[in-house]
Design a protein around this ligand. Structure first.
Ligand code: NAD
Length: 286
């Protein structure tokens, strides 16, 4: 094995520096235009993980000087009532971003709900207009997690154009938008998923390997090219309560040139990009 220790990409530090800039923009909006950016967060049901995510987002808003408005609704709510709430939020001038925490209960028509969010307030970037914008390179709001990954790569001065990038995971919220954003930046992108035959045959070719599958230890050192950049989006809770990613961090760090840790890599960037999109939404109004 090559005796090389990867540089660890410090997502917390990058997020901190971006948030400092966001706070400055919030202060500017207030002092020059009298606008206080506002984010509405809609939480349906009582899934404990969703409640934690919502709490983190609300705390991050407060720290950035962004107002947040929380709307908790019971799991028994129907699609029409939820859409009516979102239409009210669309019409509310104090609210610049509307976020519906996913997943929604099974009986709710998720697409109908996401499509009801005004495109100008779609700070999660899940509306079909914004998804389509990713295809043609003209998105108003990029989805937060892949957007955060692009910011990490930029921050580390890792070039993307012409690179072989392999993405493991093809979900609508991470893998697919990630692929579109990187194609837009002239990368050569392959997307793998649970039905990909012989995953290693793809991952070994990657100059940049981005993993978002939700499977601990899916990526082992022998699947990674020496000198590759490895970005681990996965968040898995082990039986002993520890949080881990999808990559064998210790093993792969011996081979990669850069690697993101879990926690402390992509995670802090996701909420940061939500703040970024919310401030950008308020700036658009201004
Ligand atoms: P998902 O379950 O919607 O999608 C998982 C994808 O991985 C699917 O395309 C599936 O086919 C693929 N996959 C599953 N097993 C695989 C295997 N063995 N080999 C290859 N591909 C496989 O999940 P998601 O919402 O995209 O999230 C993925 C992971 O990223 C989860 O661990 C999630 O917690 C994490 N996540 C982290 C952040 C963050 O802020 N860091 C944000 C969103 C999701």
């Amino acid at each position: 094995m090559v005796d090389r220790k990867a540089r660890i990409i410090d997502g917390l530090a990058v997020a901190h520096s971006l948030r400092t800039d966001i706070r400055r923009r919030v202060a500017d909006l207030q002092s020059s235009r009298g606008i206080m950016p506002g984010l509405a967060v809609v939480l349906v049901g009582d899934d404990p993980a969703s409640a934690v995510y919502v709490r983190n987002k609300i705390r991050a808003c407060a720290e950035a000087g962004i107002r947040s408005f929380e709307y908790r609704r019971p799991a028994s709510i129907d699609t029409a009532t939820l859409v009516a709430l979102i239409e009210d939020l669309n019409a509310n001038p104090e609210i610049h971003g509307v976020l519906v925490q996913l997943p929604l209960p099974k009986h709710i028509e998720m697409r109908k709900v996401l499509e009801s969010i005004s495109v100008e307030k779609d700070v999660d970037g899940f509306h079909l207009y914004n998804v389509g914008g990713l295809v043609v390179g003209n998105t108003i709001f990029s989805p937060c997690t892949p957007y955060g990954v692009t910011k990490l790569l930029e921050h580390e001065n890792i070039p993307v154009a012409g690179q072989n990038i392999v993405i493991v995971g093809a979900s609508n919220i991470v893998g697919k938008p990630m692929a579109l954003m990187l194609m837009q930046r002239d990368a050569t992108v392959a997307v793998c998923h649970a039905k990909t035959r012989d995953l290693a045959q793809f991952t070994i070719l990657a100059d940049i390997l981005i993993v978002a599958a939700g499977k601990p230890n899916l990526i082992l050192p022998q699947m990674v090219k020496t000198g590759a950049v490895v970005v681990d989006v996965g968040i898995n809770r082990l039986p002993d309560g520890r949080i881990t990613g999808d990559v064998d961090f210790e093993g792969v760090a011996q081979k990669a040139s850069f690697i993101t840790p879990v926690p402390g890599g992509v995670g802090p960037m996701t909420v940061t990009m939500l703040l970024e999109n919310t401030v950008a939404a308020a700036e658009r109004v201004a």
